[in-house]
Design a protein around this ligand. Structure first.
Ligand code: ATP
Ligand code: MG
Length: 402
């Protein structure tokens, strides 16, 4: 193997002032978690950089996992060398001999983070460049568009050599912004919203409403598969599945068809908020996008939102469907979301849902029946599963959580 370590550069973490320690700890925890099945790996993190020592573990597989971890700006497989110019020359040559192909151009880009190191960046560029030119036949310099760029980073503890910079997922480490509940349907939007919220550092638990026998096992499985995809971001994802049939049937019995969807959404939001409180989250995330459908007009949101003052985060609010679909493709949820099984909302969708429902009317309909016992019953029969991006680790944790 050419490289023995991976150097990780932080994203926005670096600008977080006093909170920096917390952000670095979270990132380290998350990296440790996604790499947990590589026993040889050792992780060291300081204020500016994280170093992952491979100890023989497979570089490609580790890199694939790291690409999904939020809070990483970029990372590079590196060779670590003691701060001795002769050793740096020798290791650079060894690295280049392995990576270089005939007729390639190159450039050296040295950076001296440790200003006490006796060679300036330019001096290092010249010394190392000259050494490579002398020892490798057919190599030429191209400072503007080199095929290979040798990056040399001089830090306090050592010098790091690399020819690769891999782009990270950006954002903030999951969990560094707190916890929220994601209302997860089987559609295209909510998994994308979840992904975007996680990217800003939210730790999410999913809440899904299903209505058997009107919705099939396969539609539930679809949501579980979406949850597993989201687990890919951070290693695991907790999903609360709420039985919603009785409440939905009662709504359609007691509430005028035009208001049924509005009331149904209010019930969903009440239950989600109750789960949020139990799970000690501080917000609710949805896949709503302004004007997309009847329940997502501003009037609808105003009336539905009345039932809680918990912050509702809507990452997709201003996005067009085509752009949302593009992200769904990128994060590999589109194919799952496009499976044709029915969702509880689509089955009960009235022909003419109100696009401008009013709060007082919604409140009035809700006095037609005492929904509270049914809400409590639904909450008491929630099935909670812990999903892992690796199938075999899936387990029911119902007992642990409630
Ligand atoms: P999606 O593609 O996410 O299903 P949508 O465009 O179909 O969204 P709606 O059906 O109006 O829009 O749902 C709006 C939001 O309400 C969803 O993004 C999701 O956050 C939440 N939601 C809808 N149905 C459910 C459900 N069965 N369980 C949990 N949350 C739901
Ligand atoms: Mg939907």
């Amino acid at each position: 193997m050419i490289y023995d370590q991976i150097l990780v550069r932080y994203g926005e973490i670096s600008t977080k002032g006093r909170n920096r320690g917390l952000f670095v700890d979270k990132l380290r925890e998350n990296v440790q978690y996604v790499l947990r099945d590589f026993p040889g790996i050792k992780i060291k993190a300081n204020r500016d950089r994280m170093y992952i020592t491979l100890n023989g573990e497979k570089l490609d597989e580790v890199c694939t996992r790291l690409k999904n971890v939020f809070g990483i700006q970029s990372f590079s497989p590196v060779v670590r060398v003691n701060k001795d110019m002769e050793l740096i020359k020798e290791s650079s040559l060894k690295l280049f001999q392995k990576l270089h192909a005939q007729g390639k151009t190159f450039k050296v880009q040295a950076r001296r983070a440790d200003k006490e190191f006796p060679y300036h960046s330019d001096e290092m560029n010249n010394l190392l460049g000259g050494h490579l030119l002398q020892n490798i036949e057919g190599l030429t310099v191209d400072v503007h568009h080199p095929d290979l760029e040798l990056k040399v980073e001089v830090r306090k503890d050592a010098v790091y050599l690399t020819c690769e910079v891999i782009k990270g997922a950006g954002g903030l480490p999951v969990g560094s912004s707190g916890k929220a509940m994601l209302m997860l349907s089987g559609g295209i939007d909510s998994p994308v919203a979840g992904y975007m919220a996680m990217r800003r550092g939210l730790l999410l638990e999913g809440v899904h409403f299903y209505s058997p026998p009107f919705t099939s096992e396969r539609s539930k499985q679809k949501v579980i598969d979406l949850g597993k995809k989201l687990a890919g971001v951070n290693g695991q994802f907790i999903l609360h599945i709420v039985p919603f049939t009785e409440i939905q049937q009662l709504i359609y019995e007691k509430v005028h068809e035009n208001y049924a969807m509005t009331i149904m959404r209010r019930m969903m939001l009440r239950i989600t908020d109750e789960i949020r409180e139990r799970q000690e989250g501080l917000a609710i995330v949805t896949g709503e996008s302004l004007g997309q459908v009847a329940s997502q007009t501003l009037d609808s949101m105003f009336t539905i939102n009345e039932v809680t003052n918990t912050p509702i985060i809507r990452p997709l609010i201003s996005m067009d469907k085509t752009d949302i679909i593009k992200i769904a493709e990128d994060i590999d949820t589109l194919e799952i979301s496009n499976r044709p099984y029915e969702d509880c909302c689509t089955i009960f969708t009235p022909a003419q849902p109100k696009t401008k429902p009013k709060r007082d009317k919604a409140n009035q309909y809700e006095t037609h029946f005492d929904f509270e016992p049914l809400l409590q019953k639904a909450v008491n029969h929630i099935e909670t599963i812990k999903l892992s991006s690796q199938e075999e680790n899936q387990q029911n944790v119902f007992a642990d959580l409630f």
